[in-house]
Design a protein around this ligand. Sequence first.
Ligand SMILES: *Cc1c(COP(=O)(O)O)cnc(C)c1O
Length: 452
Amino acid sequence: MIPSVDSLLKTPQVQGWLQVYQRRLVVGAITDVLDARRGNILQGGTPEISAECLLSDAEGRLNALVSCQLRPVINATGIVIHTNLGRAPLGLTVLNNVVAVSEGYSNLEYNLQTGARGKRYVHVHQHLKELTNAEDSMVVNNNAAAVFLSLCALAKGKEVIVSRGELVEIGGSFRVPEIMSQSGCILREVGTTNKTHLADYEGALTQETALILKVHKSNFKVTGFTNEVEIDALSALARRRGVGLMYDLGSGCLVDLKPLGVHTEPSVAEIIKKDVDIVTFSGDKLLGGPQCGIIVGRTGYVERLRQHPLSRAVRIDKLTLAALEATLVQYLGTPEAITRNIPVLSMLFQDLGWIRNRADMIASGLMDIEAEVEVASEVSQVGGGALPGLELPTCVVKVRPLSMTVQQLQSRLYKANPPVVGRIKDSHLLLDARTIKDSEVNAVINSLKRRG
Ligand SMILES: *Cc1c(COP(=O)(O)O)cnc(C)c1O
């Protein structure tokens, strides 16, 4: 009694789908639904087999098939730079520039003064010079690529000196010792986990040394009986002995974060002032731009990177470049304008009163749900391997469901449109108002209110 594929294909509803989607997708969706029903009946089930019900299921499959799987979610974790949720969100001005540059043609590699072929890196060169005081710059598709390219181009087959306290792992597969061996450099570890002295570096320098590498402790802290060699001292040593000095800065901060209580994150300009030859950092951590790797430093060094065959394999694309340039332009504004216009910074510097207001708005929209709801003080984290241990006071909506477990509530929110990601703590779901946008407040309320 199950309707045939042919009979369903003749219905006006399916004829409508065939105007929009390829026939094989439509037939596939219907066949899948019919097969599932048949399987169910063979197991002894008595499923609904009306044409209406079958087509509604088939439509669901078709919609799932033709919709984008990568989609917006609401970040209610309070973690501002959340690597799994796409790191830095971008502002509208930046996105508008991406649209403007990429919906048509652009001067990506075309010199409008001479009509000759140009270089894609020149567009951000002047902005980076203004912001960091570096002689030269180059951009690639992420910071891991920036480090890899730098090591390949500057130190292949030679020794690179790194403190044992800085042999870091950044999550995923980025580990300093491994990136070093992949790039064909010889890692020369010096010092110990907690203490490295200038004499350790000095003692390791040989004819074979190409670089001294310093790696920023982006995602962990070492406390207690510790010593690390400051960049000033490394710089003097590198000059004196005629070797290169590279600093993998990780986050790459272009503004002063001291008002936030952060004294561990030097700005890129401060590092460049110390005569470092090559500095690499991410575009989508504290900088708050698109995923990319930024390399600044001395012309001779950067030029060797640009000339290296790998530079093509890690090159930045025009969408990213357009987003990065518009982000950098924002940094030429006043400190107030910068913190207002860069979403990552505006979330980090956000006034606690505003966060509380937003939490109150969400909580008051949840009066009649089957849960205990209250607004509470908590702490948010920066995330994304930036500013480890820094805790920002925040306000959360604490939800304790009465008719299901907190895990069930969170899974329901994953299925909402858009999905809402919170954090679970002691049988409560915490929705941190720091990372929820004003425009998302209603969506958060609605997804919690929806039943089933
Ligand atoms: C984050 C980070 C990286 C990797 O940067 P991506 O942009 O994620 O590729 C490398 N080194 C340090 C020190 C970092 O903090």
